[in-house]
Design a protein around this ligand. Structure first.
Ligand code: CA
Length: 217
């Protein structure tokens, strides 16, 4: 799920985009004016912005100047090359010309999210974010205080998500084959992870075997 800001003054287009992106599992915030877009961008972080050029208040180019580090898809009624270049030169990641097919916009949104996620080297599940580069687990954007073993265990579950892992396998992968403690160690760490990350429903117990992290594919 991504947090997406839609800046488009035409209510029917804004609504069409919101409906389709929410069907794809994203959460959308709708804005209809350039100045309001600048205000909300200063207050809140988004994973992606869909930005119309011709807007009341500040126009799309002015809004674009306020955006740093967030991927942007420009919506433009203008099909002239110069307008597209102007947007791309000012930091937009992609553009789409109106009238557009919703399927095409949705595909571009997913492609851009995939690209940026890969670049960020993060895994996200519900409100939990695993940041591989910083070796951090964040819940609602706040770093969770966890031990190195708890971190390694979560990484192992994430890398093998939707696969049932036996306690012995987890011991091997996380603690190493020469670890002397019993499989009870795994249970204790799993319980702590579930509680710390609020993933009681996601980290499921596999009867008589071990554990599985359930995540959307
Ligand atoms: Ca417009």
């Amino acid at each position: 799920m991504a947090e997406i800001l839609i800046v488009e003054d035409e209510p029917s287009i804004n609504e069409l985009i919101r409906r389709n992106l929410e069907l794809a599992g994203h959460h959308c915030t709708q804005i209809f004016d350039g100045n309001e877009a600048i205000t909300i961008l200063a207050e809140k972080n988004f994973d992606l912005v869909i930005l119309d050029i011709m807007l009341p208040g500040a126009d799309g180019y002015e809004v674009l100047e306020q955006i740093q580090g967030t991927p942007v898809i420009l919506l433009t009624a203008k099909s002239e090359l110069s307008d597209k270049l102007r947007g791309l030169n000012r930091g937009a990641d992609d553009y789409i010309t109106k009238p557009f097919q919703m399927l095409e916009l949705a595909a571009r949104v997913e492609a851009l999210l995939r690209r940026t996620k890969k670049a960020k080297k993060c895994f996200e599940l519900d409100n939990v974010r695993l940041d591989f580069e910083r070796r951090l687990i964040l819940v609602d954007g706040k770093p969770v205080d966890c031990t190195p073993k708890e971190y390694d265990l979560f990484v192992t579950l994430v890398k093998n998500r939707n696969i049932a892992l036996s306690r012995e396998k987890l011991l091997d992968l996380v603690w190493g084959y020469d670890f002397d403690g019993g499989t009870r160690t795994v249970d204790v760490h799993i319980q702590r992870l579930r509680a710390k990350l609020g993933l009681e429903e996601r980290i499921v117990t596999v009867y008589k075997l071990g554990y599985r992290l359930e995540a959307p594919v």
